[in-house]
Write a protein that binds this ligand. Structure first.
Ligand code: ADP
Ligand code: MG
Length: 323
C-alpha cells in the first residue's frame, strides 16, 4: 500500500514546481489574500508555503493528508461544475507520501492551532501549537524515499525556473492575491494584490513589457475574453510568451495558443513574437480541466468556437491600433 501511494504520488508530483502548484492552489481555495513561498535549492530540500486563508481545525488537519480526503466535493454531480482548483483530494496525500512535511494551521476563530509532522506518509507528531491564523506547510527532502524519481530532477536553477513560472502564472491569474516568492532568502517575485491586472503586469513582467501591451476585450454570447497583448514593435526575444487562464485557472490550451498566433500573424510579419495574457471566462460546464492529473491542458466542448473567438479578439485589438 505504501508503494502504491508512492507510485500514485509520482503521477501528481513530478518535481518541486508541482508541489508549489498544488499547495498554492490549496491556499487560493482557502481564501488566502497573502501567500508567501520560500524555497531552497530549487525546492529540492525545502519548500515553505504560508497563507492567511481559513486554516484547518484539528479534525480537518487529521483528514487532510489521507487519500481522497477533500473538503471540496460533496456530491458526485459537482464533478462537472467544480470551480475550486483542487477537488480530487490527492495532493496532500501524494506530497506527504514522498517527503517530510510539517503542517502548522489554525482557523481564525480558534485559539490554538495544530502542528502535524508527517514523514513518508507516517504521522510522527500531532500537537497543539501557537501559530497565526492560516496555514503553513513546510515540505522537506522531496523524493527522499523514491530515489528513482529524485534522479530525474534537473539542476537547482532549472527547478527554480519551473517554480518561478508556476508562481508567475498563478499570480497573473489571481491579481487580487499578494504573492511573494523567495529563493535562498532572495526575493524573486513580489506582487501586492490589487484588482488592477495592469499593476500585476508591471510587477510580474516588468514595466517595459507591461507598457508595450494593449488591452484586449472580446465577448460572444458564450464567452468573454480579456487580457493584454504586446505591440508588434515592442517585440524582444526569440519566442512568444503566452499566459492563458480559464475561469481564473492557469492552463495550457493548444487551441488558444494556435489561435493567438493565427490572429497575430494575419496582421504582423513572422519573426516577431507576442507576449500575451488572456483570461477566458465561460460556463464551467463547458470546460474539461481533468484530462490530466496535473490539470494543465484544458479542453472545451466548443473547441472551434473558442479558437475562432480568440483569433478575432487578437485581430480586433491589432486593427484598433492601426494594423
Ligand atoms: P483537494 O485540494 O483536492 O481537496 P488536497 O490534498 O490538495 O485535496 O487537500 C486536502 C484538504 O486539505 C483540502 O480539501 C482542505 O480541506 C485541506 N487543506 C489543504 N491545504 C489547505 C490550506 N492551505 N488551507 C486550508 N485547508 C487546506
Ligand atoms: Mg488541492
Amino acid at each position: 500500500r505504501d508503494t502504491i501511494n508512492k507510485i500514485a504520488a509520482g503521477e501528481v508530483i513530478e518535481r518541486p514546481a508541482s508541489v508549489v502548484k498544488e499547495l498554492v492552489d490549496n491556499s487560493i481555495d482557502a481564501g488566502a489574500t497573502e501567500i508567501r513561498i520560500e524555497v531552497e535549492t530549487g525546492g529540492k530540500h525545502s519548500i515553505l508555503i504560508r497563507d492567511n486563508g481559513c486554516g484547518m481545525s484539528r479534525a480537518d488537519a487529521l483528514l487532510s493528508y489521507k487519500k481522497h480526503a477533500t473538503s471540496k466535493l460533496t456530491r458526485i454531480e459537482d464533478l462537472d461544475t467544480v470551480s475550486t482548483m483542487g477537488f480530487r483530494g490527492e495532493a496532500l496525500a501524494s506530497i506527504t507520501a514522498i517527503s517530510k512535511v510539517e503542517i502548522l494551521t489554525r482557523p481564525k476563530e480558534e485559539i490554538t492551532g495544530t502542528k502535524m509532522v508527517i514523514h513518508g506518509g507516517k504521522v510522527l507528531e500531532t500537537s497543539d501549537a501557537g501559530t497565526a491564523p492560516g496555514t503553513s506547510i513546510h515540505v522537506k527532502d522531496l523524493f527522499y524515499n523514491t530515489p528513482a524519481r529524485r534522479k530525474y530532477l534537473k539542476s537547482d536553477r532549472n527547478e527554480l525556473a519551473h517554480i518561478t513560472d508556476t508562481i508567475m502564472r498563478l499570480a497573473l491569474a489571481n491579481p487580487g492575491i499578494s504573492f511573494t516568492l523567495l529563493s535562498e532568502g532572495k526575493q524573486i517575485i513580489r506582487n501586492t494584490g490589487s484588482n488592477d491586472l495592469f499593476k500585476s503586469l508591471v510587477n510580474l513582467l516588468g514595466p517595459d513589457t507591461a507598457r508595450s501591451m494593449m488591452p484586449l476585450e472580446y465577448r460572444t454570447e458564450d464567452f468573454e475574453i480579456r487580457g493584454y497583448i504586446s505591440k508588434p514593435e515592442a517585440h524582444r526575444g526569440g519566442s512568444d510568451q503566452l499566459y492563458v487562464f480559464v475561469n481564473t485557472r492557469p492552463v495550457t490550451s493548444r487551441t488558444i495558443s494556435t489561435a493567438v498566433r493565427e490572429g497575430y500573424y494575419t496582421k504582423v510579419p513572422k519573426g516577431r513574437y507576442p507576449v500575451a495574457v488572456l483570461a477566458l471566462t465561460l460556463d464551467p460546464g463547458e470546460v474539461d480541466v481533468n484530462v490530466h492529473p496535473r490539470k494543465a491542458e484544458v479542453r472545451f466542448s466548443q473547441e472551434k468556437e473558442v479558437g475562432n473567438a480568440v483569433v478575432r479578439a487578437v485581430e480586433k485589438v491589432l486593427s484598433e491600433h492601426g494594423l
